[in-house]
Design a protein around this ligand. Structure first.
Ligand SMILES: *[C@@H]1O[C@H](CO)[C@@H](O)[C@H](O)[C@H]1NC(C)=O
Ligand SMILES: *[C@@H]1O[C@H](CO)[C@@H](O)[C@H](O)[C@H]1NC(C)=O
Ligand SMILES: *[C@@H]1O[C@H](CO)[C@@H](O)[C@H](O)[C@H]1NC(C)=O
Ligand SMILES: *[C@@H]1O[C@H](CO)[C@@H](O)[C@H](O)[C@H]1NC(C)=O
Ligand SMILES: *[C@@H]1O[C@H](CO)[C@@H](O)[C@H](O)[C@H]1NC(C)=O
Ligand SMILES: *[C@@H]1O[C@H](CO)[C@@H](O)[C@H](O)[C@H]1NC(C)=O
Ligand SMILES: *[C@@H]1O[C@H](CO)[C@@H](O)[C@H](O)[C@H]1NC(C)=O
Ligand SMILES: *[C@@H]1O[C@H](CO)[C@@H](O)[C@H](O)[C@H]1NC(C)=O
Ligand SMILES: *[C@@H]1O[C@H](CO)[C@@H](O)[C@H](O)[C@H]1NC(C)=O
Ligand SMILES: *[C@@H]1O[C@H](CO)[C@@H](O)[C@H](O)[C@H]1NC(C)=O
Length: 541
């Protein structure tokens, strides 16, 4: 009986929610650089950067700081402009940062102490590792030759032991770790034949592979149209998944995107994990662009249970074709598919017809009614655009179409320096009576694996204890339509005890191991009737 009531309530809240399609707001006409790579840190600042070798940006470095790299092809002179900045979400302000070498098309992850460790780039930056520690005045620190080989268009993933793995990159069919802990790791990178097998000559189609830490400790790696389950500790492919239906490529430059769907029932003897891959470009699309032929992007999403030894793909259709879209996990477990184009592929001037409308994928909706069209932005967000969730539940969107010398005219899609916010439906004032607020614990609480802790929430309206849930999200590093390390866990909660007309408290069980949630800072949200609270930061160890 109660199950039926719950189901009805949930249906009501879902129907109600879909009446609103989100709102756009222009935050900054120009932040001076292209938001090509972005990471949220646990002080609610975004670290944003583009590249150092494309000309002068529109943001000047402070204190007469300049860089000069004679090996640069586009700009062979002293550059006193910034190519990175720190954006403060709360105050909507930013300060320039100084990167000394080229960070173009690089990758990164935040680690246990909240520091961003960024890897690779181009030219003088290709073997660099840079770190950025969250603080008021911090700036980039660079380490030379920290990588064994060039890492340009590689993917990083943060591991349960607090290290990161760096996989692939242009003409790199291998992986390595950072930091390295034994002589074998220092010696040479580990060869990964899968990257060679998925390499399309002249096109690649296997760059920025989609990598997720599976609940069994192995890595799910998807490149081009294929996927493996990889035991990185023993350098063994443990499973080869069937090719994605249709066989079209989903990795750069036929850029689709991918997410690990919310992990639930974390105390079950065998936790299940599913991956969703959406969009991309048909095989051959990249080669046709120089002839002026822009093929329709793929409208398919394929979903697979990666923990199932006999896994198969289930295909669903988005309302439109999309290439270069980002998939952003929302605090309530739904997926926002945002940015991108309908024709062509990733790369310079290789796409047309921007898709201005995001789509929300209702993770738990019924097949056939999972995609909900959202309101349109007015700004194309195509090649080198980004999207990132911030603590208050908005998704910040920036970048697109950087041109040599930051060309703002005489091109179909000029360099875009703006920053916008997309506020999903759950932020509408109509949902204020449902929106919970976390009153306990306070932000930056420390949490131990498997050790229950108490939470208290408040709602300015009728609280339905049965429709309270708790989620925990690892803020990703976003670039080239892929959010590395993006991971959302639905935590189990104890009995919800009503303590007042609008307040309640309950116990929450954090994940039991670093394999489920590698040790670092996460955003913790409470969701009530599908409407999430603002997040608080927790550190799990
Ligand atoms: C770049 O800066 C110049 C000079 O400050 C300004 O005129 C121009 O509008 C800026 N362009 C963009 C796109 O912000
Ligand atoms: C610039 O120099 C001033 C004076 O030395 C110093 O107070 C300030 O922190 C510097 N700013 C940056 C961003 O380095
Ligand atoms: C940059 O300029 C220096 C001297 O001005 C020259 O030696 C060097 O070859 C130039 N590099 C490129 C890539 O043009
Ligand atoms: C944070 O951890 C990184 C990686 O282990 C290390 O390089 C850095 O020094 C640490 N930062 C602080 C402030 O402890
Ligand atoms: C795997 O799938 C095949 C074909 O669908 C089926 O015949 C087989 O029994 C399945 N094996 C397992 C272990 O489920
Ligand atoms: C505009 O672009 C066209 C084609 O690339 C070029 O021929 C022309 O010179 C450009 N005009 C200006 C003013 O830069
Ligand atoms: C409830 O309303 C009060 C007063 O308007 C406000 O300060 C508080 O943040 C609201 N709480 C929630 C959970 O929205
Ligand atoms: C969490 O632990 C760190 C030390 O590891 C401490 O500095 C911090 O104050 C703790 N946070 C809270 C909210 O107690
Ligand atoms: C709950 O609401 C009732 C009726 O408005 C009020 O009398 C009572 O004091 C409230 N209780 C609490 C704990 O706020
Ligand atoms: C909620 O109530 C139950 C039953 O009285 C109790 O066992 C539990 O500890 C309470 N939870 C919290 C967080 O107080």
């Amino acid at each position: 009986m109660t199950t039926l009531v719950l189901l009805l309530l949930l249906l009501l809240s879902v129907t109600e929610a879909s009446n609103s399609n989100g709102q756009w707001q222009l935050l900054q006409k120009s932040i001076g650089i292209v938001a090509m790579h972005v990471q949220l840190l646990n002080n609610d600042r975004l670290i944003i950067y583009d590249r150092t070798d494309f000309g002068f940006s529109n943001l000047t470095l402070p204190n007469g700081t300049c860089r000069h790299d004679p090996s640069e092809k586009v700009l062979n002179q002293t550059d006193c402009t910034a190519h990175s900045l720190e954006y403060d979400v709360a105050s909507d302000t930013f300060r320039p940062l100084f990167v000394q070498t080229d960070i173009w098309c690089s990758s990164g992850t935040t680690v246990a102490n909240g520091t961003l460790i960024q890897t690779g780039g181009y030219n003088d930056g290709e073997r660099k590792i840079r770190s950025f520690t969250p603080c008021e005045t911090c700036d980039w620190q660079e380490t030379d030759n920290a990588l064994l080989v060039k890492r340009w268009y590689s993917t990083d993933h943060y591991l349960p032991d607090g290290r990161q793995i760096i996989i692939g990159g242009r003409r790199q069919f291998n992986y390595e770790f950072y930091p390295k802990i034994n002589s074998a790791e220092y010696d040479k990178p580990y060869v990964l034949p899968f990257l060679f097998e998925t390499y399309d000559k002249g096109v690649e189609n296997n760059l920025y592979p989609f990598v997720f830490l599976n609940v069994d400790g192995n890595l799910f790696i998807f490149a081009n149209s294929r996927a493996i389950l990889f035991d990185y500790q023993n350098d063994i492919v443990v499973r080869t998944y069937p090719e994605i239906p249709g066989g079209d490529p989903r990795s750069y430059p036929s850029t689709g995107s991918a997410v690990l769907l919310p992990l639930r029932n974390l105390e079950a003897p065998s936790v299940e994990a599913e991956v969703l891959i959406c969009g991309g470009a048909p095989r051959g699309a990249f080669q046709l662009v120089p002839q002026g032929v822009f093929l329709q992007a793929l409208d398919s999403c394929a979903r697979i249970m990666i923990t199932d030894p006999n896994a198969t793909w289930t295909v669903e259709s988005m309302p439109m074709g999309r290439v270069m879209s980002d998939m952003v996990m929302l605090p309530n477990g739904d997926i926002l598919i945002i940015n991108g184009a309908q024709l062509g592929t990733a790369g310079w001037d290789k796409a047309m017809e921007p898709v201005l409308e995001p789509v929300i994928y209702k993770t738990n909706g019924w097949v056939g009614s999972r995609f909900v069209l959202q309101s349109a932005s007015s700004i194309p967000r195509m090649y080198h655009s980004t999207a990132i969730l911030v603590r208050d539940g908005r998704v910040l969107v920036g970048g697109s179409n950087p041109h040599e010398k930051y060309d703002f005219s005489n091109v179909s899609y000029p360099t875009d320096l703006s920053l916008e916010a997309f506020s999903p439906y759950y932020l509408d004032p109509q949902f204020s009576p449902l929106r919970p607020m976390i009153v306990e614990p306070c932000s930056h609480a420390n949490v131990t694996y498997g050790e229950k802790f108490k939470m208290g929430i408040e709602v300015n309206g009728t609280l339905v204890p049965e429709l309270v849930s708790v989620t925990m999200l690892a803020p990703p590093f976003n670039t080239h339509s892929f959010s590395m390390n993006q991971r959302l866990l639905v935590l189990s909660i104890g009995q919800v005890n009503v303590t007042g007309n609008w307040t309640c408290e309950f116990e929450v069980t954090p994940p039991g191991s670093a394999v489920l949630a590698p040790p670092t800072f996460y955003l913790l949200f409470v969701v009530h009737q599908d409407i999430p609270s603002e997040g608080i930061w927790i550190k799990i160890q």
